[in-house]
Design a protein around this ligand. Structure first.
Ligand code: R5P
Length: 292
C-alpha cells in the first residue's frame, strides 16, 4: 500500500489496467477529458489539480496513435505542474526493432524511448522484448513480469509441460515451469522475415501431455501455429498458447485455432478477448519499489 498520495492517469489504451492499479494502490485516478478533433487529432485535458503531486501515467504504445496520445498526456501532466512523473508502458510498441538489422534503418525502440523520456522521471514496462531496451530511456527504466501470473493461470489448467517456441523465450518457459512444477524445453526457430519462420523439429517429451507454449509476444501467430503443429505431431494431448503481449494481427486467432490450439491466453497489456491475466499487480509492485 502506497503511503504518499499520488495520482494515476489511465490512457485510452490502458484504462482497465489503470483502474486496477488505482484499486491495488488505493490511489485516485485523475479526472480527464479525451476527445478527437474533426481532423482526428487528439485532445486531452487534466481536470484535477495535480500541482506538486506525483503522477503515474499508464499507456500501451500500440498502435501508433497511442504513442502520440502518451506524449500529449505527459505534456499535459508536466504543464499542470506535477512533481514526479512515472510512465508505465504495459506494452512497449516498436520494441522488436531494437537495432539496425539493415543499413538505413532506424533504431525504432530507442527513438520512441527517447521521446517518452522527455517528460518522465521513471519508466516501467512489462516483459520487454529484450532487457537492454530499458537502456534506451534517458531516465531510470524498470521491467516487471506477467510470467508469474500466467504460470498461476496455467497451473489451474493442469498444464504439465511448458515449451518456449525459441531459445529467446527459454528462460520465461523455465520460470513458468518452475512455478507450475513441471518440465520445460524449447524449439529451434529461425526467422526468415516478418511473417516467415522455420521451426526445426526436435524430440520433445510431450506425448500425452497438457502443453503450454509461452512467449512474450504473439503477433501473426505464425511462431505459435508452427509449434502447435509440431507438438500435436509428437502426441501432445492438449496445447495452449500463452503470451504477455497479444497483438493477434493478420488472422492470428484463426491460424492458431486451425493449428489445433486448445486455448489462447494473454495478459492484458493489449486488451482483447484473450486477456485473462492481469498486469496491474506487477506494475503496482514495481511502482512501490521505485518510489520508496
Ligand atoms: C520474437 O522474437 C517474439 O518473441 C515472438 O516470438 C514473435 O514476435 C512472434 O511473432 P509471430 O506471432 O508473428 O510469429
Amino acid at each position: 500500500m502506497c503511503v504518499k498520495i499520488m495520482f494515476i492517469l489511465g490512457g485510452t489504451s490502458a484504462r482497465t489496467i489503470a483502474e486496477d492499479i488505482s484499486k491495488e494502490l488505493q490511489q485516485p485516478l485523475i479526472k480527464v477529458t479525451y476527445k478527437r478533433f474533426p481532423d482526428d487529432e487528439f485532445y486531452v485535458r487534466i481536470l484535477d489539480d495535480i500541482k506538486g503531486e506525483d503522477v503515474l501515467i499508464v499507456q500501451t504504445t500500440y498502435p501508433d496513435t497511442k504513442i502520440v496520445e502518451l506524449l500529449l498526456m505527459q505534456d499535459a501532466v508536466y504543464e499542470a505542474g506535477a512533481n514526479e512523473i512515472t510512465v508505465a508502458l504495459p506494452y512497449f510498441g516498436y520494441s522488436r526493432q531494437d537495432k539496425k538489422f539493415e543499413d538505413g534503418e532506424p533504431i525504432s525502440a530507442r527513438a520512441i524511448a527517447e521521446h517518452i523520456s522527455l517528460h518522465a522521471d521513471y519508466v516501467i514496462t512489462v516483459d520487454p522484448h529484450k532487457e537492454h531496451l530499458l537502456d534506451f530511456f534517458n531516465v531510470p527504466a524498470y521491467s516487471c513480469s506477467a510470467v508469474v501470473e500466467i504460470a498461476k493461470y496455467l497451473k489451474e489448467k493442469d498444464v504439465d509441460f511448458v515449451l518456449a517456441p525459441d531459445k529467446g523465450a527459454k528462460k520465461r518457459a523455465q520460470q513458468a515451469a518452475g512455478i507450475i512444477g513441471c518440465e520445460s524445453d524449447y524449439m529451434e526457430k529461425t526467422r526468415i522475415d516478418g511473417t516467415t519462420i522455420k521451426i526445426k523439429p526436435k524430440n520433445l517429451d510431450a506425448k500425452n501431455k497438457n502443453v503450454a507454449i509461452i512467449d512474450d509476444i504473439i503477433s501473426t501467430g505464425g511462431t505459435m501455429a508452427k509449434s502447435i503443429r509440431e507438438l500435436k505431431k509428437q502426441g501432445a494431448k492438449k496445447v495452449s498458447v500463452a503470451c504477455t503481449h497479444g497483438l493477434f494481427v493478420g488472422g492470428a486467432k484463426e491460424k492458431l485455432l486451425s493449428a489445433g490450439c486448445d486455448e489462447i491466453i494473454s495478459a492484458d497489456t493489449i486488451e482483447d478477448e484473450f486477456s485473462k491475466v492481469k498486469t496491474a499487480p506487477c506494475i503496482a509492485e514495481m511502482f512501490l519499489k521505485i518510489s520508496q
